[in-house]
Design a protein around this ligand. Structure first.
Ligand code: HEC
Length: 162
């Protein structure tokens, strides 16, 4: 009797594991947005030349700094996520432009010592839910285009929801 119920328990556990694995695989096929999904919004933007809509999110350190007006410079530990989608006309309201296909998520990570060469900012992107820092060459192109914002700690976004 005892053995039979142990076997039943083991079977149930195995079925649960399979279901969880299957669920994880289904999830992986879609763009997984990673932890930044839980962050708060700093702003939004609509890039006309590339037909992209974006939201710019910040982690807790970023949001706290934005609320305190402590953004010149942004403190170490700040992380921004710029999440983009191809623009799409709303199917039921053609005057509205809304997010369509997911286009990618880029990151800026503040560490004034580690990233001293690029204004204290590390540049990266999310692969699934994993934040991957860009190599030196790619980071240099990011940094070059953010350099005109030097007087704003290399940041374009003006927080509007804090
Ligand atoms: C051609 C210029 C250009 C290049 C190259 C560029 N950016 Fe930006 N970036 C911008 C502009 C302009 C914004 C303001 C928001 C927008 O455009 O949607 C911005 C915003 C951001 C933000 C939000 C914080 C902020 O500064 O407003 C992040 C994060 C970001 N970029 C990451 C990157 C990464 C990572 C790269 C390199 C892979 C990169 N950027 C390359 C122009 C650029």
């Amino acid at each position: 009797m005892k053995n039979a119920s142990t076997a039943a328990l083991l079977l149930a556990a195995a079925a649960f594991t399979t279901a969880t694995t299957l669920h994880a695989e289904t999830q992986a096929a879609k763009p997984v947005h990673g932890e930044y999904k839980d962050w708060s919004t700093l702003s939004v933007s609509h890039r006309l030349d590339k037909q992209l809509v974006r939201t710019i999110l910040g982690n807790d350190v970023a949001i706290k700094a934005a609320r305190a007006g402590n953004t010149k410079p942004w403190p170490d530990g700040t992380v921004f996520a710029k999440v983009g989608w191809k623009e799409k006309t709303h199917p039921n309201w053609p005057q509205a432009v809304v997010p369509g296909e997911f286009a990618g998520a880029e990151a800026m990570v503040k560490d004034s010592k580690k990233f001293a060469e690029t204004g204290g900012w590390g540049f990266g992107h999310w692969e699934g839910d994993k934040l991957v820092m860009n190599d030196k060459e790619k980071s240099a192109t990011c940094f070059a285009c953010h350099t005109p914002m030097k007087d704003n700690d290399y940041v374009y976004t003006v927080p509007v929801l804090q």
